[in-house]
Design a protein around this ligand. Structure first.
Ligand code: GLN
Length: 471
């Protein structure tokens, strides 16, 4: 069937498809084929049957959507890919889920993810790894790998995920679909389990750029429950998409073509730049040295926030619980519960974060990284005074083999070198599939990343739409 969100909505509106047949088709397909990719950790048929009649009357008409398991849903387990949250049922739902419901999006299941969104391969999930539909032994990227694989395998029409350093764009690139991470403050983070609060944003994962616009509009909302949600979230300009006379000016940072970039991706990326120049788009190479510092900045600031945010999982207020009388004291209890509940990658980041926040190291690491982040924001904002957008490949590498990099965290961390700056600068960014590259008989996708200034999602969508059509 492989419907886009736009096709689904149009077909329901003109009565050419029976809405319940389509929804049932997707639910049955997702359940039957889930074992091939393990995109979903859970399906919610009870939710579907109790909500379907109401949702099909709304603008998205009950379009089947996958929800990353970090987005809390009242009455249903939200496990964040972790043993710590294995049975956790939240007393309330995330605002983005509620706005999705208000607009008629139907959650068919919870998508697999790296534990607490920490990872780039969806291998750190406590519930098992997800597989990229484009390669039998390839990772789908992460941490929103379940959502990406579900959309790429057409197990749902679109999905929601979260992006702290690239977790929507990197898996999108690996799975050959579109992802949009909006401006920080456009989509409420209320009810989304925090990883690093100053970087986290909910994003949309779709088959086309137009779909990304439709879904983003459905979850954009100024929410007073989230102190960093902005009033601008309520203003939405429909992209025009057919502006043939528009000649945007794009910046291409030289740093994005340097060390670490797979030569095959580079060749295809340059080819695409030439095609855009043929359309009379102005694309200038610029120096943006701060980009080279984004990964170390991120791996200083993010773990600091992780160690603070995850402190609440102590086996008393939240998280795995045990009989406290078995333990000599509270410290022994905490130690047991946190050692058992968290996986290796999460523990690594808690340790790193606790280290950079300790009084002896705070000024050397955390404070310096904060200062560097301010510099990065200033440098990016200067670029947007002159250019409409920044263009880079989405990832420096193609999807790797399962277990290939899991024991080499530093190499894995570098996969986010192009995506992290947008989270640091709070700007919107999008990944659009560009080319399939052959490796050992498998055709593997690569993506193009576009970044615009804050609140310029409309422009971002229009640019992405052109890139998508150039393929
Ligand atoms: N891969 C990055 C990390 O592991 C980004 C994760 C994310 O965006 N949630 O931190």
């Amino acid at each position: 069937m492989n419907l886009t969100l736009k096709q689904y909505i149009d077909s329901v509106n003109d009565w050419s498809l029976n809405v319940k047949d389509v929804i049932n088709h997707y639910i049955n397909k997702a359940k039957e084929q889930n074992s091939q990719t393990f995109s979903f950790v859970r399906f919610h048929e009870d939710y579907v049957s109790s909500h379907i009649d109401d949702l099909i009357t709304k603008p998205l008409h009950g379009a089947p959507i996958g929800l990353k398991d970090i987005i809390l849903t009242k009455w249903y387990i939200s496990s964040c890919g972790s043993k710590m949250m294995e049975d956790f049922i939240s007393p309330y739902s995330a605002t983005c889920f509620e706005t999705l419901e208000k607009n008629g999006g139907l959650m068919i299941g919870k998508a697999n993810m790296d534990e607490f969104a920490m990872g780039s391969s969806t291998e750190t999930s406590y519930f098992g790894k997800t597989i990229n539909p484009h390669g039998i032994d390839r990772v789908p990227g992460g941490s929103s790998g379940g959502s990406a694989a579900a959309v790429a395998a057409d197990l749902c029409i679109a999905a929601l995920g979260t992006d702290t350093g690239g977790s929507v764009r990197q898996p999108a690139s690996f799975c050959g679909i579109v992802w949009l991470k909006p401006t920080y403050g456009r989509v409420s983070r209320y009810g989304v389990q925090s990883m690093a609060s100053s970087l986290d944003q909910v994003g949309v994962m779709t088959k086309t750029v137009e779909d990304a616009g439709i879904l983003l509009k459905a979850i954009s909302w100024h929410d007073t429950h989230d102190a960093q949600s902005c009033v601008e979230a309520d203003t939405w300009q429909e992209p025009k998409y057919k502006n043939e006379t528009w000649k945007p000016k794009l910046a291409l940072p030289k740093e994005a073509l340097g060390e670490g970039l797979d030569e095959r991706i580079k060749v295809r990326f340059i080819e695409m730049i030439e095609k855009l120049r043929d359309l009379w788009w102005e694309i200038e190479e610029i120096d943006l040295p701060i980009m080279g510092y984004a990964v170390p900045m991120y791996y200083t600031l993010m773990p600091a926030e992780v160690s603070t945010n995850l402190a609440r999982f102590d086996g008393i207020r939240f998280g795995l619980q045990d009989d406290t009388t078995k333990y000599k004291d509270i410290s022994e209890y905490y130690q047991k519960v946190r050692s058992e509940g968290f996986g290796e990658e999460v523990k690594r980041r808690i340790l790193l974060g606790t280290f950079v926040l300790s009084s002896a190291n705070y000024e050397w690491y955390y404070l310096k990284a904060q200062q560097a982040r301010e510099q990065l924001k200033a440098d990016f904002s200067k670029i947007f005074q002159k250019y409409d957008a920044i263009i880079t490949p989405t990832t420096p590498t193609l999807p790797g083999k399962i277990w290939e990099k899991i024991n080499d965290p530093l190499t894995m961390y570098l996969e986010d070198m192009y995506t992290i700056p947008a989270n640091m600068a709070w700007i919107p960014a999008m990944s659009v599939p560009w080319w399939m590259i052959e490796e050992n008989g498998e055709m593997l996708p690569m993506g193009i990343q576009l970044m615009c200034d804050k609140w310029e999602e409309e422009k971002l969508l229009e640019l992405g739409w052109v890139v998508e059509k150039l393929k």
